[in-house]
Design a protein around this ligand. Structure first.
Ligand SMILES: NC(=O)c1ccc[n+]([C@@H]2O[C@H](COP(=O)([O-])OP(=O)(O)OC[C@H]3O[C@@H](n4cnc5c(N)ncnc54)[C@H](O)[C@@H]3O)[C@@H](O)[C@H]2O)c1
Length: 455
């Protein structure tokens, strides 16, 4: 069987290599010449655990090209970005890929769309472009098979995750099952095309909404004088409760984007877009915490530890760090960034000591495991403030070194100054809606270098 995979990125390349490693002849197509050249020189365009071994097993049955030719199966794994202004999916890459296939498709061929798309895209966009070839949908096979793999474990998850196959008809479903069964060891579940599109978006939306709920709990806990991390641990002892962790926002190629694909045409849905707003506003909230700490410090310098969108990976796509940096710079803070995993970032990256030198506040944004071992004694900061948005640091160690530690969502650190200053705690606000609600005090009462905690 000859397979043509369009898009040799984080999803398309491992998929193409897995198919080749399991016996298919695969032509990988990418419109980026650098990607094609790189692969034809025997190199890989990006790093991912397991992909080098996979490449060695696949290379005899894999070639990279800039345009497709005849094949029995065409698999589309091109980007589906979000337009940042309109928050609407950009389907131009998918349209173009379908157009490239239309030049070669013949009766009996199978076309698979793996790219994440809004519900209905296969029927309304992809199939009509393919039919411009003159071959009607009744004469070729079509399925949407969304990808669930996560960066950092892509190869392993492509093999062991359960898969959804949304076939246009029974024959399409059966052919797609045969293809994926060559390398998938998870269960394969089948449905029709539009449901498969919807399921993929629901999965990531579910995670986004649950993170938003955790972030709301973090802010509420601060208002109520409670440590949200302890509270979540205890709440999760309930057999039917599973609260996620709060943090500085949601990033990555999927969770921060896919909910918009689900709601882009909706006139009824509210909660999904509200969750997006909650998560998108978390960098503002972290800046609010930072601003409160640095109040009164002249020419403040912030050291950011971790610019990746999550721990132990080097991916900065949609990372909350990007927004946090832009907001902080607009307020006049100098920014110094450290991330041992990230190679390419719009802001210069330094090692931990350089990033912290002369800094007024270390802000931890990504939960890289290595940060747990950071020795604060090695950091020659100007002011000993640290904000841990992931609750990952060894706080006692930082406190022993004289740092004032502020943990996102730990309201037990915030003093009951609200009462002293006649600001009611959460839940105690006046029911008189005409009475203005006081804003929280901007200057926290704590002694840096003292107990290292809010007093
Ligand atoms: N990366 C993930 O973790 C992940 C997980 C699940 C789903 N997805 C979805 O998979 C799809 C692909 O994502 P990705 O992360 O692999 O993207 P990517 O940006 O890493 O790679 C896409 C590649 O497609 C190429 N391309 C663009 N147009 C093309 C065309 N017409 N023909 C051939 N090549 C073309 C680009 O040059 C690029 O190399 C997206 O819809 C994404 O939402 C990604």
């Amino acid at each position: 069987m000859k397979i043509c995979v369009l898009g040799l990125g984080h999803i398309g390349l491992p998929t193409a290599l897995l198919l080749a490693a399991h016996g298919s002849n695969v032509v990988g197509v990418d419109v980026k010449k650098s990607v094609v050249d790189c692969l034809n020189q025997g190199k890989l365009p990006f790093k991912e655990p397991g992909i080098e071994d996979l490449y060695l097993r696949a290379k005899d049955r894999f070639t990279a090209k800039s345009s497709p030719g005849n094949a029995d199966v065409f698999l589309i794994a091109v980007p589906t970005p979000l337009d940042p202004t309109t928050k609407i999916s950009n389907l131009s890459y998918v349209r173009r890929a379908a157009g490239m296939i239309a030049d070669h498709i013949k009766e009996g061929d199978l076309v698979i769309l793996e790219s994440t798309v809004p519900p209905g895209t296969s029927e309304r966009v992809v199939i009509p472009v393919l039919e411009k070839s003159g071959v009607a949908i009744r004469d070729f096979l079509y399925a949407h098979c969304p990808e669930r793999a996560i960066p950092g474990r892509t190869v392993q998850e492509m093999i062991y995750n359960n898969r959804i196959i949304g076939g246009y008809d029974r024959d399409s479903t059966d052919q797609a099952i045969s293809l994926y069964q060559t390398f998938v060891r998870g269960e394969i579940y089948t449905t029709e095309t539009r449901t498969a599109e919807f399921v993929k978006l629901m999965e990531n939306t579910c995670r986004d909404v649950n993170v938003a709920l955790a972030n709301e709990f973090a802010k509420l806990a601060e208002e109520c004088g409670v440590n949200v991390w302890e509270a979540i641990t205890l709440a999760n002892k309930h057999p039917r409760v599973s609260i996620l962790n709060p943090g500085p926002g949601v990033g990555g190629h999927c969770i921060a984007i896919d909910p918009w694909f689900l709601t882009e045409n909706s006139t009824r849905c509210r909660m999904v877009s509200t969750a997006r707003e909650v998560n998108d506003s978390m960098p503002n909230y972290v800046l609010y915490l930072t601003r409160n700490l640095l109040h009164g410090i002249k020419n403040p310098v912030i050291s950011i530890f971790g610019v990746a969108y999550k721990g132990n990976i080097g991916d900065t796509r949609e990372s909350p760090a990007l927004k946090f940096i832009q907001l902080a710079e607009n307020e006049g803070y100098a920014i110094r960034c450290h991330d041992p995993y990230v190679k390419d970032f719009p802001h210069p990256l330094m090692d931990a000591a350089d990033a912290a030198a002369g800094s007024d506040c270390v802000v931890v944004l990504a939960d890289h495991d290595c940060f747990q071992k950071t020795d604060p004694a090695d950091l020659q900061v100007r002011t000993k403030f640290v904000i841990d948005t992931r609750n990952i640091l060894d706080h006692e160690r930082w406190i022993r070194q004289g740092f004032a530690v502020r943990v996102l969502g730990d309201g037990s650190q915030v003093p009951p100054i609200a009462l002293e200053e006649d600001i009611p705690l959460a839940g105690l606000y006046s029911t008189d809606v005409t009475r203005p609600i006081a804003t929280p005090p901007s200057v926290p009462l704590f002694t840096p270098g003292g107990r290292g905690r809010f007093l």
